[in-house]
Design a protein around this ligand. Structure first.
Ligand code: ADP
Ligand code: ASP
Ligand code: MG
Length: 465
C-alpha cells in the first residue's frame, strides 16, 4: 500500500481536489495493474492553503481580546470551505458535509469568543484551533473521494496519531500510534476503501489535541507510512521535486532526480521547505522510499529518496539555506579552554531546551548558531557566569549537500572560491562529509546561493508547473 500526502496547495480549491482525485484514481489503477491488489492508498492531507495561518491569526486575535476580528476571519474561512465542498458530487453527501462545516465553525466561534474574554490563549488552545484546518480538509477530501466512486473513508487523526503533550511541536508515540492506525485503517483497507486523515494533527493519550509543528503534514504522512508498513510514501506538492536550490531565491533551479535519505534530511533540516525536517526519520527506520511529486504535473517523475542512490556526475546535490539565525560567540574567561568548559556550555543550552545547529571551536572560544531565540536572554545570562558572550542576529546558515563531497577533498575550496567576497562567519564540515555548512549575514543569502548555483549547477529549464 502507498501513502499519498497532499500539501495545502494540492487541496486549495475545487480544481486542486479534482486533480487529487485523478491522482488517487491513477494510483488505484496502477496498484491493480502491478499486482498489489485494491489496497489503499491511504491519503493524508494538509489544511487548504493559507488556512493554518488564518486560524493562528484567529487565536492571536482572540488572545488580544478582538472577538470581532476573530469572528470575521472565521466567517471568511467558513465561506471558503463551503465553496470548496461543491466538489462533492452527491447532493445529500454535500449537504451533510456543509452541516459538518457549520458545526465546526460554530464551535470555533464559541471558542474564539470565550478566549477573547479571557484574553489569553494557551498552547493547548492554539493547537485545538490550528488543528481545525486539517480536520475540515480531510473530511472534505474523504467525502469528495466517496462521492466520486473512490471509496474515501475519514479517519480522525486525533484518534490515530498518539503524541506526547508538547504542544505545537508534539512528538509521536510510535507503539501507540501503530496500534491505533492498524485498528482504524486496516479494516477500511481490507474493505477496499481509501482512508483519509488530516496531517499535522494528533492527540495525547488523554485525548487532548496536539499539532506536530508547522509544515508537519509531511511528518504525518511518513508516520502513517511507517506505522502501516507502506511500500512508498508520496509527498504531493507544488514543485517538481527537491530542487537544486530554493526556487524563491535562485532563478532556475532544477529537479534532483534521486536523493539519499541522509542528503534529504540535511536539506530539509537546513531549510528546503518542500520536506518537513522530521519526515525522513520514520521512513529511514522502515526503509520506505519517499517520492516528492507535483500535483499540477502528475506525469513528471519527481524526486525519489532512498537509503542509497546511484552516483551522479554532479559533485554537489543541492543547496539549502536557513535565515533568522543568531550566532552566539562564547569565550572562556580563563585564557585557555579549561577542562569541562564544553560540557558546562552545552549543559546551558540543554537546560533551556534550545538546540544548536552549527558549532565551531578555537583555542579560547566556541561559536554556535541557534534558530530558536526565545530563551536566548536566559542562556546568555547563564553563560555569562563563566564566559564572555556576544550575540550576532540576522545571520543565515547555508548548506551545500552531496554524497560527492566524500570523494573529492578539493570541493570545500571550490565552494569558498565560488562565494567570492561573501563574508563567511563560521564554516564546518561534519565527519560524514556529506555537507559543507557555513554561516553568512542574512542579507548575503541571495548572492551567495546565486553564485554557488551558477558555479555548481549548469542552467536548466523551469521547474515550476
Ligand atoms: P506543501 O504545502 O505542499 O507542503 P510547501 O510550501 O510546504 O508545500 O513546500 C513546497 C515549497 O517549498 C515550494 O513551493 C518551494 O517554494 C519551497 N522550497 C524551498 N526549497 C526548496 C527546494 N530545495 N526544492 C523544492 N522546493 C523548495
Ligand atoms: N497546515 C500545516 C501548516 O501550514 C501543516 C502542513 O501544511 O504541513 O503548517
Ligand atoms: Mg509543507
Amino acid at each position: 500500500m502507498v501513502v499519498m500526502k497532499f500539501g495545502g496547495t494540492s487541496v486549495a480549491d475545487q480544481a486542486a481536489i479534482e486533480r487529487l482525485m485523478a491522482i488517487v484514481r491513477r494510483q488505484r489503477e496502477r496498484d491493480v495493474a502491478e499486482g498489489h491488489g485494491r489496497r489503499g492508498p491511504v491519503v493524508v492531507v494538509s489544511a487548504l492553503s493559507g488556512v493554518t495561518d488564518r486560524l493562528l491569526g484567529v487565536a492571536a486575535e482572540a488572545g488580544a481580546g478582538d472577538a470581532e476580528g476573530a469572528t470575521h476571519t472565521l466567517q471568511g474561512l467558513r465561506a471558503r470551505h463551503k465553496t470548496v465542498s461543491e466538489v462533492i458530487a452527491d447532493a445529500a453527501e454535500r449537504a451533510a458535509a456543509q452541516a459538518d462545516i457549520d458545526r465546526e465553525f460554530d464551535e470555533l466561534e464559541r471558542v474564539a469568543e470565550a478566549l477573547s474574554v479571557l484574553r489569553e490563549v494557551s498552547p493547548r488552545w492554539f493547537d485545538t484551533i490550528a488543528a481545525a484546518g486539517e480536520i475540515l480538509s480531510s473530511r472534505l477530501v474523504a467525502a469528495a473521494l466517496a462521492s466520486h466512486g473512490l471509496d474515501g473513508a475519514w479517519i480522525d487523526a486525533r484518534q490515530a496519531v498518539v503524541t506526547n503533550g508538547d504542544h505545537q511541536a508534539a512528538a509521536p508515540k510510535y507503539p501507540e500510534t501503530t496500534a491505533q492506525l492498524m485498528a482504524l485503517a486496516n479494516p477500511l483497507l481490507a474493505d477496499g476503501k481509501v482512508p483519509v486523515l488530516g496531517g499535522f494533527v494528533g492527540a495525547t493519550e488523554a485525548g487532548v489535541t496536539t499539532t506536530l509543528g508547522r509544515g508537519g503534514s509531511d511528518f504525518s504522512g511518513a508516520i502513517v507510512g511507517a506505522c502501516l508498513g507502506a511500500r512508498e510514501i508520496q509527498i504531493w506538492t507544488d514543485v517538481d521535486g527537491m530542487l537544486t536550490a530554493d526556487p524563491r531565491v535562485v532563478a532556475a533551479p532544477h529537479v534532483v532526480p534521486h536523493l539519499s535519505f541522509a542528503e534529504a534530511s540535511e536539506l530539509a533540516y537546513f531549510g528546503a521547505k518542500v520536506l518537513h525536517p522530521a519526515t525522513i526519520q520514520p521512513a529511514v527506520a522502515q526503509n520506505i522510499p519517499v517520492r516528492i511529486l507535483n500535483s499540477k504535473r502528475a506525469e513528471a517523475p519527481g524526486t525519489l529518496i532512498t537509503a542509497d542512490r546511484p552516483p551522479s556526475d554532479r559533485p554537489l546535490t543541492a543547496l539549502a539555506s536557513k535565515k533568522h539565525v543568531t550566532v552566539v560567540d562564547i569565550t572562556s574567561t580563563r585564557m585557555l579552554m579549561a577542562h569541562g568548559f564544553l560540557r558546562r556550555l552545552f549543559e546551558v543550552f540543554e537546560r533551556h531546551k534550545t538546540p544548536v545547529d552549527v558549532v565551531t571551536t578555537s583555542e579560547v572560544s566556541v561559536s554556535v548558531t541557534v534558530d530558536d531565540t526565545r530563551r536566548l536572554p536566559a542562556i546568555v545570562e547563564a553563560l555569562s557566569e563563566f564566559a564572555q558572550v556576544d550575540c550576532e542576529p540576522a545571520m543565515a546558515i547555508v548548506c551545500a549537500v552531496g554524497e560527492g563531497l566524500q570523494q573529492d577533498p578539493t570541493l570545500v575550496g571550490h565552494v569558498l572560491q565560488a562565494l567570492g567576497d561573501v563574508p563567511v562567519r563560521l564554516l564546518s564540515q561534519a565527519a560524514s562529509r556529506r555537507n559543507i555548512t557555513f554561516v553568512i549575514p542574512e542579507a548575503d543569502v541571495p548572492r551567495a546561493l546565486g553564485r554557488l548555483h551558477d558555479h555548481f549547477f549548469a542552467p536548466a529549464g523551469a521547474a515550476r508547473a
